[in-house]
Write a protein that binds this ligand. Structure first.
Ligand code: CA
Length: 531
């Protein structure tokens, strides 16, 4: 998650349950144990290579608590390699390479989240369980805060692109060394900061992957960070006249639904095209009264209008699109409108101003421009020219939840359009290598009231059918030419798999939009059309 924080001292992790319950051969085991001795990694120090049996649970007792990853269960027999790699004389990455016994010949890199700082073990396990030789790194620092950026541009550079790329190059080498042959195809799976990392790879390292699945990308990074951080000075502290009390948000949510829910043809509490919702909060205005619990003052209405307007700089130029309406009950107020600094304001504190005492409340429009002008190591990740990736035959599947409360989904079609404009390609032409899917009713990377299970992570996977699983779809696209026309998402009753399927929905390929056809069971995917 963008807003969380994490640390992992991977090399100090150990296996709690060493009982071999899997079926790995003794040959696999000894090959794995010997691997650490034979690997020659430039600037690298291999800490261990050891067999992890299916059914084991790895414990990480020394991991940073902000990573909230104290352990990881492992479902397949695999060889786990832990190492550190220096990226300069004052920076390094920690990385893991998991080499499954039932290798399919494929390679996969996972990504990171927020300002982390954390190896996403659950994603590495997902990849390994599906037969990928899978890598993940700590993105060049430990933990979810930006403190490590202070006075160290090399750590910033790792975060911008270098940690991930280094992990890929070295991970492929380790995989080849272990299996005795190069991987067949190479894939990437990430969301949020991980989505940005996927886009960075498509833009800058086109040879790293054959297929990239990038979700809710934190791209236009400097400007996203300005947008994320500007809500505090916008709302003010809870006692400010501009502040909107948290208990007003359900009323605002209802007002949004009253105005826009039917835009997609069905009053179901989900906006299939929130970008078309021109929400007007005037109806909630009760003038200057400040003691009502079901209406807003004129000043608060102005705050609300700003939240649902694009953020501009002092010259009137776009910094970042508005928050899409519809996420009022799905975490947006708790993320941004609490009167507390947002975690990513650490970017300003440690990477832009290099000043631990910088006050997030002091953020001003000139700072947006400063951050985007500095654009440390091109962390913006908004280059529109993907021609090198296209030429090598790469495929890019981009998705974004339309009730994302953290990274506005309105930035994703903006990037798609930017690529179209930059390359001079129509949507039909982009289809060859780049497809974007808005996912209605999905929050930040997973969850939400819509058909949000799309296989982008283990916990968000309902099926391995390529039609219902974006990672399996990417394999099918790269290896068999079966490109996604729609992505079918699954919604479970009460959001829990055990309760059974509530409905499925075919999420449309942008710029098509999902529209209820006015009759037929709305829970039947065929009652909707991509128009
Ligand atoms: Ca609706």
């Amino acid at each position: 998650m963008w807003q969380k924080t994490f640390i992992v001292l991977a090399s100090l992790a150990h296996i709690a349950n060493t009982k071999p319950v899997g079926n790995a051969t003794s040959e696999f085991r000894s090959k794995c144990t010997d691997l650490a001795l034979s690997l020659d990694i430039p600037h690298g120090t291999v800490s261990s290579s050891s067999l992890v049996a299916a059914g084991s649970t790895l414990q990480f007792p020394n991991s940073d608590p902000t990573c909230t990853r104290p352990s990881q269960s492992v479902s397949v027999d695999l060889c786990r390699v832990t190492l550190t790699v220096a990226t300069s004389n004052r920076s390094s990455i920690s990385m893991e390479t998991w080499l499954p016994a039932n290798w399919t010949g494929r390679f996969l890199s996972t990504g990171n989240g927020g300002l982390g700082g954390c190896i996403q073990y659950e994603d590495i396990e997902y990849g390994a369980s599906l037969g990928f030789a899978t890598v993940g790194t700590n993105n060049g620092h430990d933990g979810m805060t930006g403190e490590s950026f202070l006075n160290n541009a090399d750590v910033v550079e790792d975060f911008a692109y270098r940690a991930l790329h280094t992990g890929v190059v070295i991970g492929k080498k380790i995989s080849a060394s272990f299996y005795g042959t190069q991987h067949s195809k190479s894939y990437y799976l990430g969301c949020s900061t991980g989505g940005r990392q996927g886009m960075k790879e498509a833009q800058t390292f086109p040879d790293d992957f054959d297929g990239i699945v990038a979700g809710a990308p934190a791209m236009a990074f400097n400007n996203l960070t300005s947008w994320s951080s500007h809500f505090l000075p916008l709302t003010g502290l809870p006692d400010a006249p501009t502040f909107i009390p948290l208990d007003m948000w359900p009323t605002i949510a209802q007002d949004v639904m009253n105005q826009c829910d039917l835009d997609d043809g069905l009053a179901d509490g989900i906006l299939a095209s929130p970008d078309l919702c021109d929400y007007n909060p005037e109806g909630l205005c009760c003038g200057v009264s400040t003691n009502s619990t079901n209406c807003l003052t004129t000043t608060q209405v102005q705050t609300l209008k700003s939240i649902y307007s694009p953020l501009l700089d002092a010259n009137g130029d776009l910094v970042y699109p508005r928050l899409q309406p519809g996420a009022e009950l799905l975490g947006a107020p708790q993320t941004y409108f609490t009167g507390q600094p947002f975690g990513a304001s650490d970017w300003f504190k440690y990477a832009i101003f290099n000043d631990p005492n910088w006050d997030p409340m002091s953020l001003k429009p000139a700072d947006y421009v400063l951050s985007s002008s500095l654009n440390r190591f091109n962390i913006e990740t908004f280059d529109g020219d993907l021609s090198a990736f296209q030429k090598k035959g790469g495929k890019l599947l981009h998705y974004h939840g339309l009730v994302d409360p953290v990274i506005s989904s309105e930035n994703s079609p903006r990037y798609y359009q930017h690529v179209s404009d930059t390359m001079g390609l129509s949507s039909t032409q982009l289809d060859e290598f780049y497809r974007y899917f808005p996912v209605s009713g999905m929050t930040h990377c997973s969850g939400g009231p819509g058909a949000a299970f799309i296989g982008n992570s283990a916990r968000n996977s309902a099926s391995l059918d390529p039609q219902e699983n974006v990672l399996m779809r990417m394999i099918d696209w790269v290896e068999n030419g079966n490109a996604p026309e729609t992505i079918t998402g699954v919604a479970f009753v009460n959001g829990t798999v055990e309760s059974g399927i509530a409905f499925k929905r075919n999420h449309c390929k942008w710029p098509a939009r999902n529209q209820y056809q006015g009759s037929g069971d709305p829970n039947n995917a065929d009652s909707w059309k991509c128009l």
